[in-house]
Design a protein around this ligand. Structure first.
Ligand code: HEM
Length: 421
């Protein structure tokens, strides 16, 4: 049941320090009192209910071509007119799968889809496990360390580099670029942050441009090489191919790193849940789904209306920008019982953390496999304890991507479990 009407109308301010620390009370207020909220900063609307989120994401008439929206004319723009001179940036926003509409979106997605199906990911599982085991084995045993830097960021970076064919000596550079690029998704950012993100994208673009110029020097099964070949057979343009490499490198890194760190936060907060999962590994995938639902790595996704439409009683006009706050939808009391509670009792609850519809996350199976592999290895081999008060955890400064900036832990090696037989 909705609570009493608040004395001041709910607002949407994800950049505000208190909201950034815990966005969920603000999102619940919007959901209850103004689920299609007028948001003039981007000439558009903030949508927080599950039903509306699904409707928008499944309806192809809401476009992902955010460059063409009124959004870019605001100070919150991810791309502003002066970026016209900046070729990688402009190409990325115009040619990246994430920002294409059908029919081109479907053609470009077909070029890579087979590499990321659940079956293809299952065939890659032993490779993922190797990467995870090696990364966990390298963690300090005696002193405290930052889980984000030493594990959560490293595993996804190494896994996506392995798929693309990026040599391990270059992984740190890609990590740095991916972290920088994430700020593009934000509504409010400083000129300095924007300039840094543009530089990171430009350097990553140049890297893939050079690496794919000589495909014969790449490992035989490198996705980079296969994409370069598709380009030669004209199935995708060179710009689409480079945008794809950048998207895969960045999307496969920051999001999964946040998932791993958010999951570890939940386990540190509830050691009894960590003990239970240690005894009951089959519940790990449900735990991962619940972390995605209750504390997902992405707060929302953008769309642009291409025609006039009524959402509830609100007049959405063609060109209006829509921020679909999937993190709010994932805790909508109209959709879930005890929506804020993370529980592994019962089957996993479906959610929108990977989006829905045509743009459903290409890397969902990969992210899930990485998360289960990391958590399983950590729980089996180490006993994780917070090294600093959990209440003091600082989140990364990004507004759309959500995860801890640092997570200081101690992780002594567990003594060998007693055999039950
Ligand atoms: C927990 C980790 C992840 C989360 C929460 C996540 C979330 C999302 C979401 C919400 C979308 C939909 C965007 C939209 O509708 O506009 C998306 C799309 C996408 N994701 Fe992920 N992602 C994750 C991991 C990955 C990984 C590991 C990869 C690497 C392969 C990846 C690659 C992509 C790509 C290429 C798209 C664009 C799909 C399209 O437009 O058709 N993601 N992701």
């Amino acid at each position: 049941m909705a609570s009493a009407k608040p004395s001041t109308p709910p607002t949407f301010t994800p950049w505000d320090a208190e909201t950034h620390r815990d966005p969920y009370p603000q999102l619940r207020a919007l959901q209850e009192h103004d689920p299609v909220h007028r948001f003039d900063l981007v000439s558009g609307w903030v949508v927080t209910s599950h039903a509306d989120a699904v409707r928008i994401l499944e309806d192809g008439s809401f476009s992902s071509r955010i460059r063409t929206s009124t959004f870019e004319q605001t100070r919150a723009a991810p791309v502003s007119p002066e970026d016209g001179a900046d070729v990688p940036l402009q190409s990325f926003f115009e040619r990246s799968l994430l920002f294409l509409d059908d029919p081109r979106h479907a053609s470009v997605r077909r070029c890579v889809a087979a590499v990321f199906t659940p079956g293809a990911v299952a065939r890659r599982e032993s490779r993922i496990r190797q990467i995870v085991e090696a990364t966990v084995a390298a963690l300090p045993t005696e002193r405290e360390f930052d889980f984000v830097k030493e594990l959560a960021a490293r595993v996804p970076a190494a896994v996506i580099a392995d798929i693309l064919g990026v040599p391990s000596s270059d992984v740190d550079r890609h990590l740095h670029w991916s972290e920088g690029i994430g700020i593009f998704l934000d509504i409010v950012k400083s000129e300095e942050q924007r300039a840094h993100a543009t530089r990171c994208l430009g350097e990553m673009w140049d890297y893939f441009d050079r690496a794919t110029a000589a495909p014969s020097s790449l490992p035989e099964d490198a996705l980079m090489g296969r994409l370069a070949a598709l380009c030669e057979s004209s199935e995708m343009t060179r710009e689409e191919m480079l945008a794809m490499c950048c998207l895969l490198s960045a999307a496969g890194q920051e999001t999964t790193a946040n998932l791993l760190a958010n999951a570890m936060c939940a386990l540190l907060e509830r050691p009894e849940l960590a003990d239970r999962l240690r005894q009951d590994e089959p519940s790990l995938p449900t735990f991962v789904e619940e972390v995605l639902r209750t504390d997902g790595p992405i707060m929302g996704v953008p769309r642009v209306a291409t025609q006039d439409v009524c959402l509830r009683d609100r007049p959405v006009h063609a060109g209006d920008y829509l921020i679909v706050v999937t993190a709010a939808a994932n805790r909508d009391p109209a959709r879930y019982d005890a929506p804020d509670d993370l529980t592994v009792d019962g089957p996993a609850r479906p959610h929108l953390a990977f989006g829905q519809g045509r743009h459903y996350c290409l890397g969902a199976a990969l992210a899930r496999a990485e998360a289960v592999a990391v958590l399983s290895c950590c729980l089996r081999q180490r006993r994780f304890e917070p090294a600093r008060p959990l209440a003091e955890i600082r989140r990364k400064p990004t507004q759309v991507l959500r995860g801890p900036a640092e997570l200081w832990v101690r992780a002594p090696v567990r003594s060998a479990p007693r055999s039950s037989n």
